[in-house]
Design a protein. Structure first.
Length: 304
C-alpha cells in the first residue's frame, strides 16, 4: 500500500471518529432533559411515598407525638431527605421531640427509625427509656399478657401526683382489656385522653426491651366512630400484606365494632400533675409510666 492511500485511510478514519463523537455528544445533549425529567419524576413519586409513610406511622404508633412540619432537603434528581420536626402537647404545653431525617431514592424510601427507637439508661437505682435528642423520658406501656418485664411493671402515679406546678403525660396500662366506654367512665374529667393503646406484639421482655412498637390512635377532643374507622383503615394499609399478627388479630376482632365497644389496653393521659391523684391505687391500672413533664408558667394556661 502506497503512502497516499495510507494517508487517505487515516483521514477517513479520523472523520469517522469525529462524526461518531459529534453524534454521541448530540444524543447526550438531547437525552439529558429526558433523563432529568425522568429522574425528577421518580424522585417525586418516592417523596410522596415517604410523606405518606411518615403520616401513617405517626397516626398509629407514636403516642402523643405531633408532626409540626415535613421539609424536603438535599433534593436532587436521584433522591433526598425529608426532615420531620416533631413535638408533644402536654396539657397545652408544647415541648420539643426528636427530629427525623428520613431518606428516599428512585425506588427505596426509609423512615429514620434510628431516632424512633428510644435510648435507654440503666443503673443500680433503676431503668428508663428516653428520647435520644431531647433526652426526655419516654413513657412505657405494658401489655396485659406479658407477665415478666425486665425492670418490673412500674407504677409512677403516686410520685407524679405529688408534684406541684407541673403538667405531665402518663402512660396507663390496664390489668385487662376494657371497652372504650368503660375507659371513659374511669378517667377523671380533668385529665386529657390523648392516645389509646390498642394492640402490640407479645414478645419476651424479661431480658430487656424488645423494641416493638405499640399501636393506637389519638381519639381527639370528641371521640367518635369516624376517628376509629380512620384508625382501622390506616392499620389495614400499614399491614396490607398481613405480616403483623397482632394487627391482623385486632382487625378481625374489632374492625366492625363501634368505638364504645372496642377493647383498649391502655391510655396516654395528660394533665396537671395533682389531677392524677384519684387514679392512685385503682385496681384496673396494672402499670403507670411517666413521660414528659413541664413546669407551669403564669402566661400559659393548661387545657385542663
Amino acid at each position: 500500500m502506497d503512502h497516499s492511500l495510507k494517508k487517505a485511510l487515516k483521514k477517513a478514519k479520523r472523520k469517522q471518529i469525529l462524526k461518531i463523537t459529534l453524534i454521541s455528544i448530540l444524543v447526550v445533549i438531547l437525552l439529558l432533559p429526558v433523563f432529568y425529567k425522568t429522574g425528577n419524576y421518580f424522585a417525586a413519586k418516592s417523596t410522596m411515598r415517604l410523606h405518606d409513610a411518615l403520616v401513617m406511622h405517626h397516626a398509629i404508633s407514636q403516642p402523643n407525638v405531633y408532626m409540626d412540619s415535613r421539609v424536603t432537603s438535599n433534593r436532587s434528581m436521584f433522591g433526598g431527605n425529608i426532615v420531620t420536626n416533631r413535638s408533644k402537647n402536654i396539657n397545652g404545653y408544647v415541648v420539643p421531640w426528636s427530629t427525623l431525617t428520613s431518606s428516599y431514592g428512585w425506588i427505596r424510601t426509609e423512615i429514620d427509625f434510628n431516632e424512633l427507637v428510644p435510648g435507654s439508661y440503666s443503673s443500680d437505682t433503676g431503668f428508663y427509656e428516653y428520647d435520644k435528642q431531647t433526652k426526655q423520658k419516654v413513657a412505657t406501656f405494658y401489655h396485659p399478657l406479658i407477665e415478666d418485664y425486665h425492670d418490673g411493671v412500674q407504677n409512677q402515679l403516686a410520685a407524679v401526683s405529688e408534684m406541684e406546678n407541673y403538667v405531665a403525660e402518663v402512660a396507663i396500662s390496664f390489668d385487662r382489656p376494657y371497652t372504650f366506654a368503660e375507659v371513659e367512665e374511669r378517667i377523671p374529667d380533668n385529665l386529657n385522653i390523648v392516645w389509646l393503646y390498642m394492640t402490640s406484639e407479645i414478645r419476651d421482655e424479661s431480658m430487656g426491651p424488645a423494641g416493638m412498637p405499640v399501636y393506637g390512635f389519638a381519639p381527639g377532643s370528641s371521640p367518635d366512630d369516624a376517628s376509629f374507622a380512620y384508625f382501622v383503615d390506616t392499620l389495614k394499609e400499614y399491614d396490607d400484606r398481613g405480616y403483623n399478627d397482632a394487627i391482623q388479630e385486632f382487625l378481625s376482632e374489632n374492625a366492625e365494632k363501634p368505638l364504645d365497644d372496642v377493647e383498649v389496653l391502655g391510655v396516654m393521659l395528660t394533665g396537671q400533675a395533682e389531677n392524677f391523684a384519684p387514679l392512685v391505687g385503682e385496681d384496673f391500672i396494672r402499670g403507670s409510666s411517666v413521660g414528659v413533664i413541664a413546669e407551669m408558667v403564669p402566661y400559659i394556661t393548661p387545657e385542663k
